[in-house]
Design a protein. Structure first.
Length: 129
């Protein structure tokens, strides 16, 4: 029997932050945006639940942080967001870059469990400065 998913007020607050952001967010970003409304442990639990349910995907950045972005075609346990992620070295934002080609096909016998395609550089806003 599948566990009943509750759509709590706190989960709605976290989802609202994601819906109003252009890029991916790390745990600290979310805690900062929700200051005084949600504690950091609850944010962590919600992020894990959203990941498990296929609502967000994780991005492991070169800076050691994990970022989260809304999924487009994912479901519980089946993440299908195989696209590049871009880290701006100036403003420290992470963006999903879906226009960049797909991940390479693996040789016969290999099975991918996770993949990360991470590009670092300068976003259009920072490059223009």
């Amino acid at each position: 029997m599948e566990k009943q998913r509750r759509n709590t007020k706190t989960k709605k607050l976290v989802m609202d932050v994601f819906r109003h952001e252009a890029g991916a967010l790390c745990h600290a970003d979310l805690v900062q945006r929700l200051a005084g409304k949600v504690d950091r442990v609850t944010v962590y639990r919600i992020l894990q639940r959203f990941f498990d349910e296929g609502v967000v995907h994780k991005i492991s950045a070169e800076n050691g942080k994990t970022y989260y972005a809304l999924c487009h075609d994912c479901s519980a346990g089946q993440h299908a967001d195989d696209h590049a992620h871009f880290y701006c070295m100036s403003c420290k934002t992470v963006s999903c870059i879906e226009a960049v080609g797909q991940f390479p096909q693996l040789p016969q016998g290999y099975i991918a469990a996770e993949a990360s395609w991470f590009i670092s550089g300068y976003c259009p806003s920072c490059r223009a400065v």
